[in-house]
Ligand binder design. Structure first.
Ligand code: HQG
Length: 186
């Protein structure tokens, strides 16, 4: 049985090639972000990341954030969000909840409150429905801070929102006027 540590290593590798650098192992993604599963396995193995189809199925099914998805025929795989290049995820714009959350670090807060949330190196700004998720996201960058985004108001003012297959809300940018610092006691 494969260890959790090894699964995490493969998951990080898949995030790297399916979201950011497919060319690093010589695979190609189509405009919707899909890679051929057999090609992915073969080229990953050739680059020293060894796993088989069974392990990949297990990883996709058990991944904590459901980061990856197969197509209907299980011949192709893609990352559900998080890309650093433009792909068509095929999710239609939809009305978000009134409030969404963004987790960041104390170091970035002032800049965000001044200039808004920017997508930085990714295709979208990532938002969550609940503040707990935002805390976890923020912790990746340092002392976590949660920001509240007035998503419905943005939507009513013609900003687009997309819901990824794994439940992450995506939007292009959040101007500072639609943001404030969230305090659980509010
Ligand atoms: C910050 C993980 C200064 C922003 C997570 C964030 C998520 C600014 C950082 C997903 C700024 C970008 C994405 C501004 C934004 N000034 N800093 N104006 N605007 N920032 O990693 O949202 O585990 O690209 O606050 O769970 O942290 O990989 O984005 O701190 O869903 O599946 O710039 O990645 O998912 O950092 O995380 P990131 P993120 P996975």
């Amino acid at each position: 049985m494969i260890s959790d540590k090894e699964l995490t290593r493969i998951s990080k590798f898949l995030s790297f090639v399916l979201r950011h650098q497919p060319a690093a192992i010589g695979i190609q993604l189509d405009q919707n972000g899909w890679a051929d599963v057999n090609d992915l396995i073969q080229k990953a193995n050739a680059h020293g990341i060894r796993f088989d189809r069974e392990t990949l199925n297990h990883l996709v099914a058990t991944n904590s954030k459901k980061r990856f998805a197969f197509n209907d025929t299980y011949e192709r795989i893609r990352a559900s969000q998080g890309h650093s290049f433009d792909i068509e995820l095929g999710n239609n714009s939809q009305k978000p909840p009134q409030i969404l959350f963004h987790g960041t670090s104390e170091n970035s807060v002032q800049s965000i409150l001044d200039s808004g949330l920017k997508k930085q190196s990714r295709q979208y700004v990532h938002l969550s429905r609940d503040s707990e998720t935002a805390i976890k996201v923020g912790q990746r960058h340092g002392k976590p801070v949660v920001l509240r985004v007035f998503a419905e108001e943005m939507y009513n003012e013609n900003f687009q929102f997309f819901l990824s297959d794994n439940g992450v809300w995506l939007t292009d940018n959040v101007p500072a006027k639609y943001l404030n610092r969230y305090n659980e006691r509010d």
